[in-house]
Ligand binder design. Structure first.
Ligand code: FAE
Length: 539
């Protein structure tokens, strides 16, 4: 029997599984606190829906919840799995230190962000499966993304950061900052369950020794160390440390899902969506096409097997379609649909303005008297802020290997100005991104404003064994894709796609490349703002 509590909301026991089309029983659904039962099967071929939401991450979840609350019936399409059923080990999600088929999206070998340890490659063979983390490779950059109901919230570190207000004008120049900081950021923070580590516990727990070393060294070099809020249930983490509950953050769970304490969308927006009784979800369904049709748009959807094969092709008609497939997913769809003549009137801004949020990683080697601890909470809780002076905000990140590494590890978000464009290649019939490896150099330079100084103060050096053989910088990837359907350019100022009434972008694709901090709070807040306007004026 599955552990239902893992799916419970904080207020009650609403099982998410009940409303996932194709996985729940209609009788169980009817018992859902008196709410209407969810549809018993995946979306049928030929269905007609009022609102179709492509993707179940932050933008898609906000759109679905608010539409349903306003009385609109919604169907959500998600290419990844439901992630509601335990594997043979009794757990739904695999551990970061022992990846298996659940860990990666349709790969036969893992592609871990840290590819090496002590210089040795650590990737390993796995069965090809519709796993949770996609390492999508474009020329010059690998873009990591979550796959499944809950999108990136399933795999991310949960760092839930509202940008400093003085930086907002550069992030979303056409959006009223007063409205965002008075209404939509607070709404997003409340909806996501954002909270901060208890400082007294932080100061004493073994699990954050690595972060205390990070704080001490930052401060000795004159940089402010700031506590960073997270959606992890901090009380639960304290219980993990006390040994009274099953361990999650303190068992190193993060990249491939988190079995207990993290409040992913599975524990916040998605149970509220289920409780409306107006939303159904088709996991393992991928949207490939949308064309104008009588009654709105005809949307083509491929049903997938867990081996990634297409088992059925369906066409549904939707009065309104919300693209919430993430920055990369939405951009790829829109660029393809414009270029192939399905939606030729999308404007020339589609595919442009894509950035990596300036992500770059590095490690530093500490002295033997500065151990970072063999027990490291996988949930980061602090950062080093040098944005104004050096263009970098660095998360003090864990290296949850279970052994003492004497390493400090950081993911920096930098003010990298480079922006790439998605384009359609008619020969390969694929969407390409023209990011170039060299475009990370500004990020490295900005991160060095922090770490060169810390190394000089501490008499330490960079680690060279984490990203390859003698390679200091993890400059080949991003966790934070942003842009491709930029607000006010590819869309109007609320995400309405130019050229097609009833089509909207409502995810990270709207944000032009950088948020100065981790992005999902801004993605959620912007979606809350936009959907409020869209419901008021378009329905
Ligand atoms: P997203 O959450 O990516 O959801 C899009 C969904 O659409 C996914 O579930 C896709 O599978 C699905 N999809 C895509 N294409 C299709 C299609 N054609 N048909 C059907 N479904 C489709 O989009 N951000 C933070 O703020 N703090 C962090 O600590 C943090 N850590 C991260 C760590 C990792 C390893 C990763 C990968 C990301 C991290 N992020 C973090 C980034 C954050 O998760 C990301 O910005 C948001 O998830 C993006 O939200 P969207 O709603 O745009």
């Amino acid at each position: 029997m599955r552990d239902e509590s893992m799916w419970s909301t904080t207020s009650g026991a609403v099982s998410r599984r009940l409303f996932l089309a194709g996985t729940g029983s209609i009788l169980a659904g009817a018992a859902l606190a008196g709410k209407a039962a969810a549809a018993p099967a995946a979306i049928p071929d030929g269905a007609t829906v009022s609102a179709l939401v492509i993707g179940t991450g932050y933008g898609g979840s906000v759109a679905a919840l608010r539409l349903a609350e306003a009385g609109v019936d919604v169907h959500m399409v998600e290419m990844g799995m439901a992630w509601d059923t335990p594997g043979p080990d009794g757990k739904i999600f695999a551990n970061t230190t022992s990846p298996d088929q659940r860990s990666f999206w349709l790969r036969t070998k893992t592609k871990q962000p840290l590819s090496n340890f002590l210089g040795f490659p650590i990737d390993k063979d796995i069965p090809r499966y519709t796993g949770i983390l996609d390492a999508e490779e474009f020329s010059g950059i690998t873009v990591y993304q979550g796959r499944g109901v809950g999108g990136g919230s399933l795999v991310n570190g949960g760092m839930a950061v509202t940008p400093k207000r003085e930086n907002f004008g550069a992030i979303l120049p056409t959006v009223n900052a007063d409205e965002m900081y008075n209404t939509y950021y607070p709404r997003a923070n409340a909806g996501l369950g954002v909270a901060t580590v208890r400082p007294a516990w932080f100061d004493t727990t073994d699990a954050y020794q690595y972060a205390r070393v990070g704080r001490k060294q930052a401060q000795r070099s004159g940089f402010p160390f700031v506590f960073v809020p997270d959606v992890y249930d901090w009380n639960y983490m304290e219980q993990e440390a006390a040994g009274t509950v099953p361990k999650s953050a303190l068992a190193g769970e993060i990249l491939y899902g988190n079995n207990y304490g993290k409040k992913s969308l599975q524990k916040t927006y998605l149970p509220r969506i289920a409780a409306t009784g107006r939303v159904t979800i088709s996991p393992l369904h991928r949207v490939t096409q949308a064309v104008p049709a009588s009654g709105g748009y005809a949307v083509t959807i491929e049903q997938l097997t867990t081996a990634g094969a297409v088992s059925a092709i369906k066409t549904v008609t939707a009065a309104k379609v919300f693209f919430a497939a993430g920055s990369v997913g939405t951009s790829k769809l829109l660029v393809k649909l414009k270029a192939t003549g399905a939606l030729p009137n999308l404007n020339g801004e589609v595919g442009k303005g894509w950035g990596d949020n300036g992500n770059v990683m590095c490690g530093r080697a500490n002295h033997i008297w500065d151990p970072t601890g063999s027990l490291q909470s996988s949930i980061p809780c602090g950062g080093i802020d040098n944005w104004a002076a050096g263009g970098a905000f660095a998360e003090v990140a864990p290296l949850p290997t279970g052994i003492e590494t004497w390493a400090s590890f950081y993911l920096s978000i930098t003010k990298n100005p480079n922006r790439a464009q998605f384009t359609w290649n008619p020969t390969t019939r694929a969407v390409e991104l023209n990011w170039q490896t060299a475009w990370k150099q500004p990020s490295i330079d900005m991160a060095k404003t922090i770490f060169d100084k810390i190394n000089a103060t501490e008499g330490t050096i960079y680690r060279t064994d984490l990203f390859g053989v003698y390679k200091i910088w993890g400059d080949h990837l991003t966790y934070h894709p942003l842009g491709g359907a930029v607000l006010g350019k590819a869309t109007d100022n609320y995400g309405r796609l130019a050229g097609y009434p009833g089509l909207y972008a409502i995810d990270g694709s709207l944000i032009p490349g950088n948020t100065s901090v981790n992005p999902f709070v801004t993605i959620t807040a912007l979606a809350e703002r936009n959907i409020e306007k869209i419901i008021a004026t378009d329905f």
